[in-house]
Design a protein around this ligand. Structure first.
Ligand SMILES: [Zn+2]
Length: 123
């Protein structure tokens, strides 16, 4: 069974199209991806209703794709991916400490000198 959303406003071009979803259930409020045939833009449709169940979608209906890649999307609060967190995490933690250290020695330029001195000492 397919679901059809008739005369639904397209977020990509502002016109109304028929949309169809071939999956088992069209969930209102969920994000579905589609490509608008008028401007070939990829856009997200959040249907306000479950649509109309039909055996065969109408001709020219735009196929909706369930977004399965982003798990946090449904709640409206997308979570940053673990890999992105891993990249910025350590730097975010260290930066305030470096700033503190710079304040203690009298500024970033002084810190630079301190770092050089420490390097010399460790030679
Ligand atoms: Zn459109």
């Amino acid at each position: 069974m397919a679901s059809v959303l008739k005369h639904t406003q397209c977020p990509a071009c502002g016109h109304r199209h028929h949309f169809c979803f071939l999956g088992p259930v069209l969930v209102p409020g969920r994000a579905y991806e589609f490509i608008c045939p008028e401007n070939a833009k990829k856009a997200i449709l959040r249907p306000t209703s479950a649509g109309e169940a039909v055996k065969v979608p109408p001709q020219g209906a735009i196929a909706l794709d369930e977004r399965t890649t982003q798990g946090g999307e449904e709640s409206g609060h997308p979570k940053p991916s673990p890999s992105a967190e891993g990249k910025s995490g350590p730097m975010q933690e260290v930066l305030p400490e470096i700033k503190d250290l710079a304040m203690k020695v009298g500024g970033i330029d002084r810190l630079d000198e301190v770092v050089k001195t420490v390097k010399e000492m460790n030679k």
